[in-house]
Ligand binder design. Structure first.
Ligand SMILES: [Fe+2]
Ligand SMILES: [Fe+2]
Length: 152
């Protein structure tokens, strides 16, 4: 299993989005850590995967609510990506619950949780972030500016 290593190429320019991505990566790595335990600990795998799943939902909800609110023109493509990812998470979750973790799932997990997600962040999320930054500057929306600057 591959760990997800954060790097600055993943920055979107939006502080809250970056913070959530770092949290997501932290949870992915906790799951990877659980997967490489010997002997295999399915309870730990299930727990860490559930923790990851929970955050995926929360994070996608934030992005999708912003897309909807500010009428992001590429919302359909972006949401389609999120749905595809959630579908995989649900399938993987079922397998893990059934205490199955074949090599094919390890390969899929490596792809989905690292490569796929990196691409998503660097393309779709960065695109969304640029749109939101432009919107915030043009319309001077305080709540959006707060998410961009990361003021608490
Ligand atoms: Fe996204
Ligand atoms: Fe994201």
């Amino acid at each position: 299993m591959k760990f997800f290593i954060w790097n600055d190429n993943l920055k979107t320019g939006m502080a809250e989005m970056d913070r959530q991505h770092r949290e997501l990566i932290k949870r992915i790595n906790s799951f990877v850590e659980a997967c490489i335990q010997e002997p295999r600990d399915f309870d730990l795998m299930k727990r860490t995967f559930g923790f990851l799943d929970e955050y995926v939902v929360e994070h996608f909800q934030l992005e999708e609510s912003l897309m909807l609110k500010y009428e992001f023109p590429l919302m359909d493509n972006h949401t389609h990506d999120h749905n595809e990812f959630c579908k995989w998470v649900a399938e993987a979750s079922d397998k893990i619950s059934q205490r199955e973790f074949p090599e094919s799932l390890v390969m899929e997990a490596n792809y989905r949780l690292v490569e796929w997600l990196q691409l998503h962040i660097r393309n779709r999320d960065r695109n969304l972030s640029q749109f939101l930054q432009k919107t915030a500057e043009e319309k001077k929306v305080p709540s959006l500016l707060k998410l961009i600057k990361g003021d608490s």
